[in-house]
Design a protein around this ligand. Structure first.
Ligand code: ADQ
Length: 500
């Protein structure tokens, strides 16, 4: 029977040892697992090959066998990589070189011939692992920038195999791609595939421009690249396949009791819903007046908090008008979290009537904490959240609720359904699934999306408030407008984004 074999750097599941010595698997989070995981789960003829997350040098042979069995019983074929391989191939060449360069952060990219060597070796290791399990009539679907050499390595062993490769991140302009010392090798690696997929037409055009200039190959009018193999000729087709989500999964989970409980909790804390111990902005404003009398000997600056509380209460009233902004993101420099926070800060200072009325739920999971740039980013985000909360908090209200844990899908859907506005402003992103998840969770009801024009999703979700994520003023104004629109206008915009 012909099967679909998905290949990615990481398997969609992680292994946990249980107290009784057996193992259990849990679903990983992240764009790739979200996008493709549901297909693998529901198609019993589909296998997934990827790194197990286990260093074989730290386990006995018996343990590795037991771990492999656990993965295989979930239709996952593990590739075991030791620490040196992970350092060179994953942390090194994939994440220190390709990730920043492909996201137009060339200044963050490191070029190191030793990591390139390990990248080649690990791609070869994937090909070796697959050599014993692939049938010639299978279809192999390779994912992402970690495995750009694998198509040609598999083609050399299986001339007739159907091979696809999909890039989940942007493909950069030729000017940027040409900075990569091994760019030509990577393109040649990809020429082993039959079909190369990108999120957008723009990324396809960037890719084809690099193919023309580095491989000196003409591309035909259908975007096909001819590849000569001895006397025979094959074609590599290039096309855009904007990745989606399992819409029904998010819509269903948004209605789950856990998601509803999460939503009610957020609405209570942000003042949208009455809570058991009520602390109103009026009370705070009255307290501020009293405090103002006590503090009247202090300088004007010291009284700004008092004024904020009074003006917030006066301008928006004390009932209703409480709104929630949400963001869900990995903590990565491409996601633009400091820039979002600065825009939120600017909105509170430019429109002080939002003080006490808008609460920002920021779910931001740290990633790659062993890397200095990422540690610095986490420190910067922590500091900005602290500064904004310190500057605007009232006794009964905190502007930003900052959660750095990774949450399961139901609470995440609860956050989406509580959000009157989702602020999704990556500096550069292949697609961005969070934008789609937010809309699916709301399923055409009200709620507004402020979306970066630097992500693939902006090509599809054109009824969102589209902004330049670097432009703090523009993001601030878009956020303000998104918070102000009526539910009729929000529903109209969201209806356009529902699947037919
Ligand atoms: P990512 O860079 O991981 O994916 P994204 O598309 O936003 O980016 O997907 C993130 C996923 O992780 C979403 O499903 C989101 O719900 C989940 N997530 C993020 N933070 C979470 C948290 N704290 N708790 C729980 N879940 C969390 C890459 C590319 C993207 C591309 C996808 C798919 O970088 O551009 O859209 O692959 O192709």
């Amino acid at each position: 029977m012909a099967r679909l074999i998905i290949v990615s750097n990481r398997l969609p599941m992680s292994l946990h040892a249980k107290a009784d010595g057996t193992y259990a698997l849990s679903q990983n989070v992240g764009g790739l697992a979200t996008a493709i995981g549901p297909y693998h789960k529901s198609h019993h003829d589909c296998l997934w090959v990827g790194w197990s997350g286990i260093d074989p040098k730290t386990r006995s042979k018996e343990e590795i066998d037991k771990i492999s069995d656990e993965f295989v019983s979930n239709r996952c074929i593990p590739v075991f990589l030791d620490q040196a391989e992970i350092d060179g191939y994953y942390a090194g060449y994939s994440n220190d070189t390709l990730w920043p360069l492909f996201h137009d952060f060339a200044h963050e990219a490191k070029f190191d011939s030793s990591t390139w060597k390990v990248y080649q070796e690990v791609n070869q290791k994937f090909a070796d692992t697959m050599a014993d399990m692939v049938n010639p009539d299978d279809t192999v679907w390779i994912q992402d920038y970690h495995l750009m050499l694998l198509p040609a390595l598999l083609r050399a062993r299986f001339p007739k195999l159907k091979i696809g490769w999909f890039l989940h991140i942007p493909f950069p302009s030729p000017e940027i791609f040409h900075q990569l010392p091994n760019g030509k090798d990577l393109l040649e690696g990809l020429m082993g595939a039959d079909l190369l997929g990108f999120h957008t037409e723009d990324f396809c055009m960037n890719f084809l421009a690099s193919v023309r200039s580095l491989l000196h190959t003409e591309v035909d009018k259908d975007g096909r690249i001819p590849v000569q193999n001895g006397n025979s000729q094959r074609f590599v087709t290039v096309d855009a396949f904007p990745i989606g989500i399992d819409y029904g999964l998010y819509r269903r989970n948004a209605h789950s009791s856990l998601a509803q409980a999460m939503r009610h909790g957020i609405e209570a804390v942000s003042g949208k819903r009455t809570r058991r111990v009520s602390t109103s902005l009026t009370a705070e404003s009255e307290a501020a007046v009293e405090a103002g009398e006590t503090w009247s000997t202090y300088t004007e600056d010291d009284l700004s908090e008092v004024r904020l509380a009074q003006s917030a209460a006066a301008k928006r009233g004390t009932k209703g008008n409480k709104v929630v902004v949400v963001s869900v993101s990995r903590l990565d420099y491409t996601k633009g979290l400091p820039e979002r926070l600065r825009a939120f800060d600017l909105m509170l200072s430019r429109y002080p009537e939002w003080v006490g009325h808008v609460t920002y739920y920021l779910l931001a999971t740290p990633s790659r904490e062993d890397v200095e740039t990422y540690r610095q980013l986490k420190d910067q985000v922590d500091q900005l959240v602290g500064e904004i909360n310190g500057k605007y908090s009232l006794l009964s209200w905190t502007p930003i609720h900052y959660i750095t844990r990774s949450l399961p899908i139901k609470p995440v859907c609860g956050i989406y359904t509580a959000g009157d506005v989702a602020l999704v402003t990556p500096l550069r992103d292949g697609m961005n699934l969070v934008a789609k998840e937010y809309l699916a969770s709301r399923d055409g009801r009200d709620g507004a999306l402020v979306l970066s024009d630097e992500c693939g999703a902006a090509r599809e979700l054109t009824d969102a408030f589209i902004v330049n994520p670097y432009d703090t003023e523009a993001v601030c104004e878009a956020l303000h407008s998104a918070l102000e629109i009526g539910s009729g206008e929000a529903k109209r915009r969201n209806a356009e984004c529902r699947p037919a």
